[in-house]
Design a protein around this ligand. Structure first.
Ligand code: 3EB
Length: 291
């Protein structure tokens, strides 16, 4: 169970819980529950809290900011711990990762914290697989109200297929002007479960090519983001869950209004208050599509 915002008044002890330190907008208590038809084993390994049915693993890890270890190193070590754990478990393929990082836009040791995070994450992926770019998970990287880094992830025994977006260059191929190492994620991951398919769409923003479009204009940023999401190839139009991250609480009603027109009530929408990884981005939207 992933739980957003304030403490739950009636936590269900049947579900291991991961708490995402973000304020929920337009809802008080919000939980997301991932279920499996086959028996699930839950536990802890090092810093990782996990649940697995053998072919699908859900896990979480968080680390507080440290006075002695910088964010880049913390991130690299956290990712390496995840890779090692998943390898041993037989679920080495990361499908989807959510990263929450406090003060994501703050400069620290002359590098924006998001960029330091990207550097550590890149090094962990590269050290684990020299051809990692083609198999990167779909991801989200947004702010957090808890100091440090927390991540949760979905991994599988059989890989998904990374997707590209024709309107955006691959994030791992961004020019150096966005930081010393590119963000390591795919625009979307397509997973074939045998009898059905799912498309896990990464956090998507108002970025065309590699540049931010519509600086300062929330309406246009939402429209551009939806156009980006629609550019991903997928046979179905049945999204089950949308997550919308807003930098400014006050933008909620405008964004709700646009989404009500554009999404025609397909799927549930969760609104969260979070900083976005580029200072000029006001909104980021992710989704899961089912077929
Ligand atoms: C972008 O397209 C917007 O660093 O993991 C979106 C999703 C973004 C994931 C990440 C960053 C990440 O570059 C930002």
């Amino acid at each position: 169970m992933i739980h957003y915002g304030a403490a739950l008044s009636h936590p269900d002890p049947a579900y291991p819980r991961v708490c995402v330190p973000l304020e929920t907008l337009a809802a008080n208590e919000l939980v997301e529950i991932w279920e499996s038809d086959s028996p699930v084993d839950s536990g802890r390994s090092g810093r990782i809290q996990y649940s697995t049915n053998g072919s699908v693993t859900f896990g979480a890890l968080s680390c507080l900011d440290s006075d002695t270890v910088n964010l880049e190193t913390q991130t690299r070590e956290a990712y390496k711990e995840v890779f090692e754990f998943l390898g041993k478990l037989g679920c080495p393929h990361l499908l989807r990762v959510w990263n929450h990082l406090s003060e994501i836009n703050r400069e620290q040791d002359r590098l924006e914290r998001y960029r330091a995070f990207c550097k550590g994450r890149f090094e962990a992926f590269r050290d684990c697989n020299p051809f990692f770019e083609r198999s990167l998970p779909a991801a989200t990287a947004v702010g957090s109200q808890q100091p440090g880094l927390c991540m949760h992830f979905l991994a599988t025994s059989e890989p998904g297929t990374a997707q590209t977006n024709p309107r955006q260059i691959d994030a791992w191929d961004y020019p150096e002007s966005y930081g010393p190492r590119s963000p390591s994620f795919s625009r979307a991951m397509l997973k074939n479960w045998g009898d059905r398919q799912q498309l896990y769409i990464a956090g998507t923003a108002s970025i065309v090519g590699h540049e931010t479009a519509h600086k300062g204009d929330i309406r246009k940023q939402v429209q551009e983001t939806l156009t980006n999401i629609r550019a991903l190839e997928f046979p179905s139009t049945a999204p089950s869950l949308w997550k919308v991250y807003l930098r400014h609480r006050d933008d909620l009603s405008v964004v709700q209004e646009i989404l009500a027109e554009e999404l025609e009530a397909t799927g549930r929408v969760i609104f969260l208050h979070a900083d976005i990884c580029r200072v000029d981005l006001l909104v980021e939207i992710e989704a899961i599509f089912n077929a």
